[in-house]
Every structure is written in C-alpha cells, then in structure tokens.
Design a protein around this ligand. Structure first.
Ligand code: SAH
Length: 270
C-alpha cells in the first residue's frame, strides 16, 4: 500500500493496485481520506464549475451535472474501470440527488460524502469497482447490505438487477426508499433491519454486495449466496484499513476468496 496514493486508484495492467480507497467514513486513523479533493483532477474541476453558475434545479444546472457526470465517467475509465455497462450506469444515475444538499455541488468529485447519521455515500470509484467485480447480468437478484443513500442500489438497478437492500438506520432506509421510488427505481426493495441476518425470505441471491465492513464475513450472507454466485465485501477491523474481498461459491459449495485492495469503509454494526 502506498501512502502517496490514498485518494484514488492506481491502475496496473487493467487492475487496480497499490491504492487505499476511501469508500466510507473518513476515520481519524486514516487522515488522508478526509483530505479535500486535489485541485486539478477532472472531477474536481467539474465540481468547481458547478458551484460557479446556474440556478438550483434549473436547466443550466441539469446541463452542468450532465457534464460533470461525463467527466467522472472519463476519470473512472482512466482509473481502470472497464465495464461499459457499469460506466453507462454511472452516467445515468443523478448522484447529486443522493448526496446531502450541502455537498450537491461536489456530487461528481471522486470521493465519499456525508449522508447524515455519521454515514457516507461511497466514493464513485469504489461503487464502480464493486459493481464491476460482481459481473451482474440483467435479471440477477442482488442482496445489498448498507443501503445508505441508495446510490449503489440505483446503479445495480440500472444494470438490470432486482435489488434487495438492507439498512440498519431507520431514517436512512426510509429516505433511500422514498428517493428510489421518486426516481422510478421500482426494482429496488429496501428493508430496515440488520444485515448480519441477510434476507432469508428472498434467498438465494445471485450476487451479494456489502457496503459496510464487518470484522469477519457473516456466515448468513455466504449461506444466502447461490452456487455460482459472487459476493464483494470489505473485511477488517473498525477504523483501520480493511481488505475488499471477492468471494465465489463453486458448484461443490466451496468458497474461493480473492483479495482485491485495501479500503476504508464504515463499520458494519450489530
Ligand atoms: N451503499 C451506500 C453506502 C453505504 S455506507 C450508498 O450507496 O450510499 C454503509 C451503510 O451501512 C450505512 O448507511 C450504515 O448505516 C449501514 N450499516 C452498517 N451496519 C449495518 C448492518 N448491520 N446492517 C445493515 N446496514 C448497516
């Protein structure tokens, strides 16, 4: 892990390596994660423009968000995201609707942002990477743990998935559900509850995505993954660096685990 590359991703042969990606809460233990975005990055340039012109909610504003979204997609491509489907999904979801009002002008900067209740919407790079790793197909049933703002769920819905998303903070679950309904993401189902238990009534799932970090992989989530299915999950201690892991369940029920990269997520609480 290189400490000089904390805020972004470094691409090596089409794969991200040597980067600590700030996906969730910026903890005091990881000060570089809370640093403001570096001037000169394309997404930040777009964000600065956003702050400078246009009436809120007006046509000009919508236009500038469209441009900022395109700049973000170009940046994600440079960072090694290769799936055209994932990039197209990022290009379609209005991220400005999922961040807190105060952070709207920075909605397309490539970093995590607060969404209230001490929680964050993940960095776009990590949303894109996790979505790519899942290799979703239209019609996949996906379990998400940690609805948060609902942004990751919206990306999965754009990829044609039916999403079952669990959020432990009641107000976040209600807020995300209302927003996803308003934006017509009818294929996302939000439940207020404890993600450690999964969603047994809807199991098995083709894919599982966990967007808060447990110290160990929860057994119920592995059990609810169908044979041939994939899970992406950050695993590690609270407030320290965790590992983003990819799990694949093979036909004999065996689970193969691959370490992807070091990340910083909010903890998965009990
Ligand atoms: N996917 C979200 C980002 C989530 S941040 C987005 O796109 O905006 C992680 C979320 O996990 C937080 O909202 C937090 O409240 C939630 N969380 C933490 N522990 C949880 C648990 N045990 N079950 C369900 N959700 C949990």
């Amino acid at each position: 892990m290189h400490s000089d590359n904390l805020a972004g991703g470094k691409v090596m042969a089409g794969r991200v390596a040597g980067a600590l990606v700030c996906a969730g809460l910026m903890t005091p233990a990881l000060p570089a994660c809370s640093a403001p975005p570096q001037a000169g990055s394309p997404a930040v340039g777009a964000a600065v423009e956003l702050a400078a012109e246009g009436e809120p909610g007006g046509f000009q504003e919508a236009e500038r968000f469209t441009e900022a979204r395109a700049a973000l997609v170009a940046e994600l491509r440079r960072q090694g995201i290769q799936s055209e489907e994932v990039l197209a999904a990022i290009d379609r979801v209005p991220r400005e609707r999922f961040v807190a009002e105060t952070y709207r002008d920075l909605a397309y900067a490539n970093h995590a942002s607060p969404i209230g209740h001490g929680q964050t919407i993940s960095q776009p790079f990590i949303v894109a990477l996790m979505s790519e790793l899942l290799e979703t197909k239209a019609g996949d049933r996906v379990l998400e743990i940690g609805t948060g703002s609902g942004y990751q769920a919206a990306i999965l819905a754009e990829l044609g998935c039916e999403v079952f998303s669990i959020e432990i903070v009641g107000e976040l679950a209600a807020g995300a559900q209302a927003l996803l309904h308003e934006l017509d993401y009818g294929r996302v189902h939000v439940r207020h509850g404890d993600g450690y238990l999964g969603w047994p009534e809807q199991a098995p799932f083709d894919k599982v995505i966990v967007t808060a970090a447990p110290e160990e992989i929860p057994a119920a989530l592995v059990a609810q993954l169908r044979v041939g299915g994939k899970m992406v999950i950050p695993v590690g201690p609270r407030g320290a660096v965790q590992q983003l892991m990819l799990l694949e369940k093979s036909a004999d029920g065996e689970v193969r685990t691959t370490r992807i990269l070091p990340v910083a997520f909010v903890p998965m609480v009990r």
